[in-house]
Design a protein around this ligand. Structure first.
Ligand code: C2G
Length: 134
């Protein structure tokens, strides 16, 4: 079984998130999503609208997602790749090159972002102020 992992906040779940999860799943048979905890989000300078539990519930309802784990630190990725026997790490290409340190441990794939949509755009368009990419 080919296992894929991806990481993110996935706040205000939108079709850009669905697109990356769909394409990530196409790289294997089992997709794990490491979901940023609320505490880690504050480290990323992000304040998500939905809590970790709410964002987890949304992700678990997506047919491409097989398992959700917490993302608590920047440096858990190598441990995760080993712990879960990951064959492929997938991220949107706004992260192009940033996770190449994983190449000795797993395939690393950066996929084009879906244009025009982001959590911060949704917030701004709804006049919710404080932006945060995603
Ligand atoms: N994404 C995308 N297209 C968009 C918006 C987001 O493909 N229009 C992708 C991002 O590239 C990322 C994933 O969806 O791969 C989740 O995006 P965010 O929730 O913004 O995640 P981010 O804040 O980039 O956190 O350790 C890695 C971090 O946790 C990534």
């Amino acid at each position: 079984m080919k296992k894929v992992i991806t990481y993110g906040t996935f706040d205000l779940l939108h079709y850009g998130h669905i697109n990356i999860l769909k394409r990530a799943k196409q790289h294997g048979d089992f997709l794990i999503v490491a979901l940023s905890t609320d505490e880690f989000n504050s480290l990323k300078g992000k304040a998500s609208y939905f809590s970790y539990e709410e964002r987890k519930q949304l992700l678990e309802a997506i047919k491409y997602v097989d398992h959700v784990i917490p993302e608590e630190t920047w440096d858990q990725k190598i441990r995760d790749v080993r712990k879960y026997g990951i064959d492929c790490f997938v991220m949107g290409n706004d992260w192009e090159g940033k996770f190449d340190f994983l190449k000795p441990y797993t395939e690393v794939v950066y996929l084009p972002r879906t244009p025009e949509i982001s959590t911060s755009k949704i917030k701004n368009d709804l006049g919710l102020g404080f932006g945060s990419a995603g």
